[in-house]
Design a protein around this ligand. Structure first.
Ligand SMILES: [Zn+2]
Ligand SMILES: [Zn+2]
Length: 455
């Protein structure tokens, strides 16, 4: 079945679903009320010393008070959540996720399989991804490539409280000059002229997307038209760029976020001039390092990670079996066909940005082969720490910097009075061992407890 038919079939299904009576609203967490998180160490999202034995008071969806627990009298009408012995920090922000995939090894077989399962399966997959991200401590995420109707539907249902998930910023379909392959599989839009690229941005903006993704093969004029059109609609553009010429075109035409730069390259690192120009422009880069050349050797070292029991819990049996089946011979997957060459440059690719002081956000390409939503972000954080970025800086990249890359710094990214109460509690001290971010016990989103291991 050709991809366009596939997505049309799914769109029809969605319309049918819309005609059915609504399902009863899922009960997602305690009603937001007055909550006090008391006792743990607080990392507030700034690169400041932690507050030990801290307390955070939340009233409704916002934070109202933050400080040392000894100095804050918790009013009697607050529900107290004991966080002692653990770390509190802002919810993490994932700047590059793919909700329509779940770590399956082969796009070419995954999408037809999803279609074969019948109506609504793609949306089910996106719902699983959203839940996994939230459970992993991700309270805001950007999806960079999925069919439009499904993207908006999942985002809106999360916003209405009908689905569990992070605050989602959706690009819908990406814009590219490439055709077939991944673009067809992911439902991307292939353009053949600059005017058409601008027209597609216009159409997506009117449909209600949150960001634009400029994928590969675009000309300098295309980038300019995409950036200008998106900015007129107050939308930011994330460009998928690897080659230095693409990075330069995207930088100089005002593309807002350079994503993938520094990852999975088979060419030597960028020129010093390129890095200097990115740093001087203050333009954010989201490396998405942890996929491909990092996840491959990590899986060779510990193939057991592919059977993480959390995956079995999160996936219905048929999906679990399909994903496992696709990874049975993971070393031979086409996705990893250039990994040997990428390994040559993987460390220098990340270090050049870390060492130059580039504004770095954290995104992972989660959902891509073996790159599960359950763990992608702490893996990305670990790569950055291993490549020399101080853990406190990595945590602010995951939170405060991520929020400003989204343009949501007024509401998200730090734990301080006035901000939305998106807070996670993790076991251990991520300043000592960044993989503590893989042990998320409590997730509060907008003042609601949406995950709780201890209660
Ligand atoms: Zn991309
Ligand atoms: Zn991607």
């Amino acid at each position: 079945m050709r991809a366009v038919h596939v997505w049309r079939a799914i769109a029809c299904t969605l319309m049918l679903m819309a005609a059915l009576p609504p399902a009863p609203q899922a009960q997602l967490g305690a009603k937001s009320g007055k909550i006090a998180l008391v006792g743990g160490m607080l990392l507030d999202g700034y690169e400041a010393p932690p507050i030990h034995h801290a307390a955070v008071l939340i009233d409704g969806e916002r934070i109202v008070r933050v400080g040392r627990a000894a100095e804050i009298a918790v009013p009697a009408d607050y529900q107290v959540i004991d966080t002692s012995g653990r770390t509190m920090m802002p919810g993490m922000i994932e700047l590059h996720a793919h909700l329509i995939i779940l770590g399956h090894g082969n796009y070419g077989t995954w999408f037809p399989w999803v279609v074969k399962q019948g109506p609504g399966t793609l949306v089910k997959v996106m719902e699983i991804s959203a839940r996994q991200l939230l459970d992993a401590g991700v309270t805001a995420a950007v999806d960079l490539g999925a069919p439009l109707a499904e993207s908006l539907s999942v985002r809106d249902r999360v916003n209405r409280g009908e689905l569990a998930g992070p605050r989602l910023s959706m690009s819908g379909p990406w814009i590219t000059r490439a055709s077939g392959g991944m673009t067809a599989q992911f439902g991307g839009i292939t353009v053949t002229s600059t005017a058409q690229a601008a027209g597609e941005v216009e159409r997506l903006a009117k449909a209600g997307v949150d960001v634009i993704k400029a994928h590969s093969g675009l000309t300098r004029d295309d980038y300019q038209a995409i950036a200008d059109t998106a900015h007129r609609h107050n939308l930011r553009v994330h460009a998928h760029v690897y080659a230095e010429s693409d990075v330069r075109n995207a930088l100089e035409t005002g593309i807002d976020v350079l994503t993938h730069a520094g990852s999975a390259g088979t060419a030597p690192p960028y020129s010093q001039q390129m890095i200097t120009d990115i740093v001087n422009a203050g333009r954010p880069v989201v490396i998405t390092a942890a996929h491909r050349a990092w996840i491959y050797p990590d899986t060779a070292a510990f193939p057991e990670r592919l059977q993480d029991p959390q995956l079995k819990k999160d996936f219905p049996p048929a999906i679990y079996a399909e994903v496992q089946n696709s990874l049975a011979n993971w070393r031979a997957l086409g996705y990893f066909g250039r990994t040997d060459r990428e390994m040559v440059f993987r460390e220098r690719g990340v270090k050049q940005f870390v060492e130059s002081g580039t504004v770095l956000g954290m995104g992972t390409d989660s959902g891509t082969p073996m790159n599960f939503h359950t763990e992608a972000l702490w893996r990305e954080a670990k790569v950055h720490v291993d490549m020399g970025m101080p853990p406190i800086k990595v945590i602010s990249a995951l939170t405060r910097v991520g929020a400003s890359i989204l343009g949501k710094q007024r509401d998200l990214g730090t734990v301080e009075p006035g901000k939305l109460a998106d807070i996670i509690v993790v076991r251990g001290n991520p300043l000592y061992d960044i993989t503590a971010l893989g042990h998320v016990e409590t997730v509060v989103k907008g003042g609601r407890v949406v995950k709780s291991k201890t209660q």
